[in-house]
Design a protein around this ligand. Structure first.
Ligand code: CP
Length: 303
């Protein structure tokens, strides 16, 4: 397969290979000379139909560290605004001899749709509430780095599971590697199908944290919420916000993760986000090495 459309479509063997390759690239990007010449003959377009800071810059940097030629496209400043379709847009970019497309889009299935309709390798950088595969990979990679392995670990994903592509990619990646996953959040934000994925629901945050080795705190996605069924931000924070006091009252240390961007004081307080227990900036750092690995491995199948 020349695409990364979701964790659902890859195997444990693929994840192991991506992590071994990312281990190597993490060493490379910590050297004084951070670049390798591997993709000197590859051109990659990053096309973003939704806002992004981490994913967009991380992909761009990963591609540049691999010596690829990089085009960055933001739909908001493009001819998409004049009505050009997704397929026409991408085919025009591909006519410039582009080999790979990294795309973020608000529609679930957009990356799969593109993979069926254009001749290029497609990487999903987040498609609506469906999947965010490189986030799922970098999260597992960061757990492996901090705790030694993913297999056997207990991970609770807290918050808005219903609208979260990060949750779904994490669930697939963690389960594939032998971790146990629970979710915790308001009933209105937990999808009905979640238990069919082998994921238990723990509505009580304290109980969830007492059980977990790792808590992945999802962002409250105000842009995707229907406030008629959402608890108010204050209610959410009271029931599902993680504070230093709450963590200190547990008889063990839970590793705290967050995909970003953080709503400080909503999902987690600043003293948690910036503490030793937090993996948040490690996740961002590891994102570059993991994305280098994904792109390198996909590009090696194109050429
Ligand atoms: N984690 C994540 O996807 O962040 P961005 O939306 O800033 O890319």
């Amino acid at each position: 397969v020349n695409h990364l459309l979701g964790i659902k479509y890859i195997t444990k063997g693929d994840i192991d290979l991506i992590f071994e390759t990312a281990d190597h690239f993490k060493e490379v990007i910590n050297r004084p000379i951070k670049k390798v010449p591997s993709l000197r003959d590859t051109t990659i377009a990053n096309i973003f139909f939704e806002n992004s800071t981490r994913t967009k810059l991380s992909f761009e940097l990963a591609q540049k560290r691999l010596s690829a030629d990089v085009l960055s496209f933001s739909a908001a400043q493009s001819s998409v605004k004049k009505g050009e379709t997704l397929i026409d847009t991408v085919n025009n970019i591909l006519a410039m001899k582009v080999d790979m497309v990294v795309m973020r889009h608000s529609s679930p299935g957009a990356a799969y749709f593109l993979s069926q309709n254009v001749k290029a390798s497609i990487v999903n950088a987040g498609d609506g509430a469906h999947e965010h595969p490189t986030q799922g990979l970098l999260d597992s990679f960061s757990i492996r780095e901090r705790l030694g392995e993913v297999g056997g670990k207990k991970v609770v994903i807290v918050g808005d599971i219903l609208h979260s592509r990060v949750a779904l990619s994490n669930i697939y990646a963690l389960q594939m590697q032998g971790a146990e996953v629970k979710v915790c959040g308001p009933k209105t934000l937990i999808p009905r199908y979640i238990e069919s994925l082998g994921v238990k629901v723990e509505p009580d945050l304290r109980k969830a944290l007492e059980w977990a080795d790792v808590a992945n705190m999802l962002r409250v996605q105000n842009e995707r919420l229907d406030f008629s069924y959402f608890p108010t931000t204050r209610e959410y924070t009271q029931q599902y916000g993680v504070t230093k006091e709450l963590l200190d009252s547990l008889d063990k240390e839970v590793v705290i993760m967050h995909p970003g961007p953080i709503n400080r004081g909503v999902e987690i307080t600043s003293d948690v986000a910036d503490s030793q227990q937090s993996l948040i900036l490690d996740q961002v750092e590891n994102g570059v090495a993991v994305r280098m690995a994904v792109i390198y491995l996909l590009a090696s199948k194109i050429k």
